[in-house]
Each structure stands twice: as structure tokens, then as C-alpha cells.
Design a protein around this ligand. Structure first.
Ligand code: AAO
Length: 495
């Protein structure tokens, strides 16, 4: 299903590795009031608890399921229920990251799990589900190593192990039933949809059967007959056996080209003027099927796809510019990344610290974010979604929803501007010189507050103001001395 089951909100945020209790509070205190549609949460099911010496409790242990019990470093089942309930009550939806392609990788017998369940990866025994050797794809995989060796061969991408992870056979009725039960538990608690991990590694036909078997969303929070939103993680930058198009009949698909192309453009490898037909015109999925983002939890640390073109919080000025473009431009359903900080340690082009888990105490319990007086986060949490330039553009996207892009302008290079119907106007300056132009804004005459350099508070503006004349034109200035290379005004920022 392709629609997010949210109200007016047009952007979701991935609160990567946050605890359920902190997400509940964030829904109430920030996300609901600011018009966010929902939250992608880290996988809620029990996972292997990995103490690998150097790499103790890596973030990626959560992608190694041990059972479908709701018990992780983010919290237990009660905390989970409370979060979904409280977020739904303020109109913020919860989308669960579901890991159903596989179970754990190999670990010595006796390795623990977050909920205390036992498992034996070597014999593929996961008694808390229960799964046993019969439920995995070993007999269907024909590579020497049992792993995926060649992404040019669809058969092995789907039937062999992804980086050594025991590969479930979704063709089996028993496995389908166990996954269905898990998803129905989540739906029963009020989850509005799923981010489907490693979808490329499952057969679309099997996924269709599984998602069709899941219950409708509960009428306590949703319209009768609502189906869970599905967005599938498929990395398709071209050139492989499997394409994103194979999955659009089930739900939306992550469009990994999007963040790569925008990273290239804002890093100066491509002129911004070409963005006027960004989207389908660039060989990306139809907008009705795509889920778009600047970075995700993988490619912000060199896993997954996109390489060194991906922008993250570490390039904050460019990151805010690319994010503003994404939220202003009418293509795809948008997801924001909300990260925690870690020190990078580059050795031969690879970050040796790419495994580091979330901020934690001495016992590896995840820490809560703290909040500074300006609303930004502390305790190691970056909280990009709390940066004014980012959450203000979430409001812009909501205000402009339902309009198309019109009145594109560019300087033939890296200064661009466009309107969203008569609802919003944005200008971006990625040149090494000032932007000083009189441009069509498409807005009604009056004074507007630029929601990038400040915000509208009461009747006044803490940032730059823009005066639109009777013909919709206004003088727009973005100098290179400014903190940000963006100016944005919209119907709700009229003074
Ligand atoms: C960990 C250890 C492993 C160990 C394993 C088992 O790191 O050394 O063998 O445990 O014990 C995460 C981590 C993994 C971690 C795993 C389990 O990232 O490091 O393994 O948890 O704990 C592929 C998949 C895609 C996947 C991505 C990371 O297709 O689904 O790899 N993402 C999801 C999650 C991710 C998670 C998992 C899946 C597993 O978001 O967090 O892994 O649950 C090509 C292919 C892609 C492929 C990439 C990377 O991409 O197209 O499909 O993604 O390679 O293998 C250019 C190309 C681009 C190419 C890319 C990289 O950009 O254009 O196509 O280069 O070559």
C-alpha cells in the first residue's frame, strides 16, 4: 500500500536507535505540534546482543533477529504499546522497521539476545519463534559459500545469505504464517506501516502474499479498511539483476538514486539548474511509488549505497540546502534522518568506527536525548529533525501539498528558485557569490517571514522578511556570508 495513513503530514523522520519512551515524548512535545506525519522506528523485535570485544553492542545487531518478541534496547512490549498509543493520540504515526528476510549471522552457541531468548545460529535454531533448519533457504542457494556472491544473479540475491545472515524461506507457508503473526501483532497495537528491510533479497511474489495476509489497521485510530503503508528497502542504482520496479505493486520503494544525485549536485558535481525536472526525468521511480531521503542509517556511515556523494549532518550547510530542496520539491514521499554522533576513524577510505552504537551508559543501556534551550539535542544525539531550517521546511511541504512546481528560475548555473502553486516559494544559492534577484514568488501581495533565517513568532519575524508586490514579485537576497544558502516563504509565514 502506497499511502502513509497519516493526516496532513507529508514527511516522516527516522528516529534511529531512539528508545520507545523517548519517541512517545517526542511525538507529544515536538513532532505532533510541528506537523510530522510519523516516525520510522528501529526494529522492535528481539535481536542478538553482540559483545564482540572491540565492537561491543554495534547498532547493526538490531538487524539480526532472534525472535519476534518485542524486546530490544529501545524498550519492552509495554513501552512499545505506550509509544504507539501516545503517538497516534497526537496524530503521529509509527512505522516499524521489519527484518523478515533473515535471522542472525553465525555466532558461537550461548550468544545472548536482548530479551533473553536462546538461539543456535549454526543449526539455525530459534526456539522463541520457533524456526529450525527447515525454514531456511540453504537448499535453494547454489553458491559455493552459501552467501550472495554476485548481484547480477537474482536467484542468489534472493536465496543465498546476505553477508552471512541465515536466510529465511518466505516461500514456506510456515514462515509466512510466523511473519504474518508478527506483523499482525504490530498492526494490532496501532502501527501504521512497515519499512521492509532487505526487500531486494526476498521474492516479490512471496512478499505480496505476506502483506496481503496482514489485517486492516484498527478503527480506533484509522479509517475502516485502511491497509498498512509499506515501503521497501531496495537499493537500485542500476546495473544489477534486480530493479525497484519489481516491487511497486506491493508498496513504495526506497529511491536510492535521489540522495546520490542531490549529493552530487550540492557538492558541485552537477549544476543545480538541471534539477528543474528532478524525479522521473532523471530515471527515478514514478513519484507515486518512491520514498525519498538525503541519507539513511546505512549510507551516512558508508554501508549500503551512494558512496562518498551522500550528504549528512557532517556537511551541515549543504545538508540543510539539499533537505530544503527535497522538502520543497513535489516528488516522492519524504523521510528525514535523525542521527546520533560518533567519531569517525578513516583507514584506507573506510570508517573503522562505522559500527558504533547509540549513546549509552556503562552497561550499554541507550541514553535519552537531552534538550537545549534552543530546542536542539544533547547527550550525543544530533536530532537533525530539530534543526529550525529542517522542521520549518516540513511545515512548508505540508502547506504546499497538493500543488505542483511552477515558475522555475535559475541563473544558468547554481542559483535556483521555484514556486509551489500560490502556496510557497523557495530560492537556493549554491554559488560562491551573492544572489540578488527580483523573482516571481507566486504568493499574494504582502510581507513574509523567511522560515530559514528565522521564524514567525506572534506577528513578527526573527529572520529576514520578504515583500511581495501585487504582481507576485519580490526582491530575493541570499549572500554568501549568511549561515544558510536557502530562503523560503509560504502562505503560513505571511506576517
Ligand atoms: C554484520 C557485519 C557483517 C557480518 C554480518 C553477519 O557487518 O560483517 O557478516 O553482520 O554476522 C546491517 C549492517 C551490516 C550488518 C547487518 C547485520 O549494514 O553490516 O552485518 O546489519 O547485523 C545490501 C542490501 C541492503 C542492506 C545493505 C547494508 O541489499 O538490504 O546491504 N541494507 C539493510 C539495512 C542494513 C542491514 C541489513 C539490510 C541487513 O538497512 O542496516 O545491515 O538486515 C550493492 C547492492 C546493495 C547492497 C550493497 C551493500 O550496492 O546493490 O543491494 O546492499 O551493495 O552490500 C555502489 C553501487 C551499489 C552497491 C554499493 C555497494 O554504490 O552502486 O549498488 O556500491 O557496493
Amino acid at each position: 500500500q502506497w499511502e502513509p495513513n497519516s493526516g496532513n503530514g507529508q514527511a516522516i523522520v527516522h528516529l534511529f536507535e531512539w528508545k520507545w519512551s523517548d519517541i512517545a515524548a517526542e511525538c507529544e512535545n515536538f513532532l505532533g505540534p510541528r506537523g510530522f506525519a510519523g516516525v520510522q522506528i528501529s526494529p522492535p523485535n528481539e535481536n542478538a546482543a553482540l559483545y564482540l570485544g572491540e565492537q561491543t553492542r554495534p547498532w547493526w545487531e538490531r538487524y539480526q533477529p532472534v525472535s519476534y518478541r518485542l524486546f530490544t534496547r529501545s524498550g519492552d512490549e509495554n513501552a512499545f504499546k505506550d509509544m504507539v498509543n501516545r503517538c497516534n493520540s497526537v496524530g503521529v504515526r509509527i512505522y516499524a522497521d521489519i527484518v523478515i528476510n533473515h535471522m542472525t549471522g553465525w555466532h558461537p552457541a550461548g550468544t545472548g539476545a536482548t530479551g533473553g531468548s536462546s538461539f543456535d545460529a549454526g543449526s539455525e535454531s530459534y526456539p522463541a519463534v520457533p524456526y529450525s533448519g527447515f525454514d531456511f533457504n540453504d537448499a535453494n542457494c547454489h553458491t559455493g559459500s552459501g552467501n550472495i556472491e554476485n548481484y547480477g544473479d537474482a536467484e542468489q540475491v534472493r536465496n543465498c545469505k546476505l553477508v552471512g545472515l541465515n536466510d529465511l524461506n518466505q516461500g514456506s507457508d510456515y514462515v509466512r504464517g510466523k511473519i504474518k503473526d508478527y506483523l499482525n501483532t504490530l498492526v494490532g497495537y496501532g502501527v501504521a506501516g512497515f519499512r521492509v528491510d532487505a526487500s531486494k533479497h526476498m521474492w516479490p511474489g512471496d512478499m505480496k502474499v505476506i502483506f496481503d495476509s496482514v489485517n486492516n489497521l484498527p478503527t480506533k485510530y484509522f479509517k475502516a479498511g485502511s491497509r498498512p503503508f509499506v515501503f521497501q528497502e531496495v537499493i537500485d542504482l542500476g546495473g544489477e539483476a534486480i530493479g525497484s520496479m519489481e516491487y511497486v505493486g506491493i508498496g513504495r520503494v526506497t529511491e536510492f538514486k535521489y540522495g546520490k544525485f542531490l549529493g552530487e549536485a550540492f557538492r558541485g558535481k552537477n549544476q543545480l539548474k538541471w534539477l528543474s525536472n528532478f524525479g522521473e526525468g532523471w530515471g527515478m521511480l514514478d513519484r507515486a511509488y518512491s520514498l525519498v531521503f538525503i541519507d539513511n542509517h546505512d549510507n551516512q556511515r558508508g554501508h549500503g549505497a551512494g558512496g562518498d556523494m551522500i550528504l549528512t549532518f557532517r556537511q551541515s550547510k549543504l545538508y540543510k540546502m539539499a533537505t530544503a530542496f527535497m522538502l520543497a520539491f513535489p516528488y516522492g514521499y519524504t523521510r528525514l534522518m535523525s542521527s546520533y554522533y560518533w567519531d569517525q576513524n578513516w583507514v584506507n577510505g573506510q570508517d573503522k568506527n562505522d559500527w558504533i552504537g547509540p549513546p549509552h551508559d556503562d552497561n550499554y543501556n541507550t541514553l535519552s536525548p537531552t534538550f537545549n534551550t534552543d530546542g536542539s539535542c544533547g547527550n550525543g544525539w544530533i536530532c537533525e529533525h530539530r534543526w529550525r531550517q529542517i522542521y520549518s521546511m516540513v511545515e512548508f511541504r505540508n502547506v504546499a501539498h497538493g500543488t505542483d512546481m511552477n515558475d522555475w528560475w535559475d541563473n544558468g548555473n547554481n542559483q535556483i528558485a521555484f514556486c509551489r502553486g500560490d502556496r510557497g516559494f523557495i530560492a537556493i544559492n549554491n554559488e560562491g557569490y551573492d544572489m540578488k534577484e527580483t523573482l516571481q514568488t507566486c504568493l499574494s501581495a504582502g510581507k513574509y517571514c523567511d522560515v530559514i533565517s528565522g521564524s514567525k513568532e506572534g506577528g513578527s519575524c526573527t529572520g529576514k522578511t520578504v515583500t511581495v508586490d501585487g504582481a507576485g514579485k519580490a526582491y530575493i537576497e541570499i549572500t554568501t556570508m549568511e549561515e544558510d544558502g536557502v530562503l523560503a516563504i509560504h502562505a503560513n509565514s505571511k506576517l
